[in-house]
Design a protein around this ligand. Structure first.
Ligand code: KIV
Length: 242
């Protein structure tokens, strides 16, 4: 699974064979330039999810429920998740939840809304958790994952937890686990696509593997364009219309 927020990249991911595309609330950081994920609104994620949903023909598209769209009440969580499915072509929502959100997850699933869980480091709780820290409480992590599965989630993201704990959870659960900073014994993996492509200018977590340096490609291309315009070599004969 990889994240996408716009049409061209979502189309490329789908054509390249990812199983699932996540319209993540990482949108707040990698696209909107905020320093955490708390700033994305429901309307904003729906705007991006509608675009991504149109681009993806094959993969499953999952949309993050932004903070605090599933915290206020069960009925508002259902209404908000329903808007996501109704106003986009996406098929499922993801929410950062522990045992405390099990009732909400069960209500969403009961309303016919497929839910992907997300335990371990939950970036929407950054202030409560005291920063972006590895989560190491094995008993709590297992209890959270079991509660999310029991509530009816069809898959679960495990973020920033020791690989041995992720492996134990993966063995214990019957639903697929998707790791990010959780070792290689999860059933699947997820990354923020901007990190994978080398498009992020700020902090990149250690668990990321950068497969390309798109930032340098873009900088080189734009610098060359500016140079060519300044010295008069662009447009050249090939770009001159008669
Ligand atoms: O918002 C996001 O991109 C995510 C992934 C990092 C799992 O939740």
């Amino acid at each position: 699974m990889l994240t996408a927020y716009d049409f061209p990249l979502a189309k490329l991911l789908d054509e390249s064979g990812v199983d699932a595309v996540l319209v993540g609330d990482s949108l707040s950081m990698v696209v909107q330039g905020h320093d955490n994920t708390l700033h994305v609104t429901l309307d904003q994620i729906i705007y991006h999810a509608e675009i991504v949903g149109r681009a993806v023909q094959r993969a499953l598209v999952v949309v993050d429920m932004p903070f605090p769209t599933f915290h206020v009440s069960t009925s508002s969580a259902i209404a908000n998740a329903a808007r996501i499915l109704q106003e986009t072509r996406c098929q499922a929502v993801k929410l950062e939840g522990t045992t405390e959100q099990a009732t909400t997850i069960a209500a969403l699933v009961g309303a016919g809304i497929p839910v992907m869980g997300h335990v371990g480091l939950r970036p929407q709780m950054v202030h409560h958790m005291g920063g972006y820290k590895m989560q190491r409480d094995a008993d709590k992590l297992m209890a959270d994952a079991q509660a999310v599965q029991a509530a009816g989630a069809f898959a679960i993201v495990l973020e920033c937890i020791p690989s041995e704990i992720a492996a134990e959870i993966t063995t214990a659960l019957s639903i697929p686990t998707i790791g990010i900073g959780a070792g290689n014994e999860c059933d699947g993996q997820v990354l923020v696509v901007h990190d994978l492509l080398g498009m992020t200018s700020g902090y990149v977590p250690r668990f990321v593997r950068q497969y390309a340096d798109v930032q340098s490609v873009v900088k080189d291309a734009v610098t060359s364009y500016c140079r060519d315009v300044a010295d008069g070599s662009f447009p050249g004969p090939d770009q001159t219309l008669s």
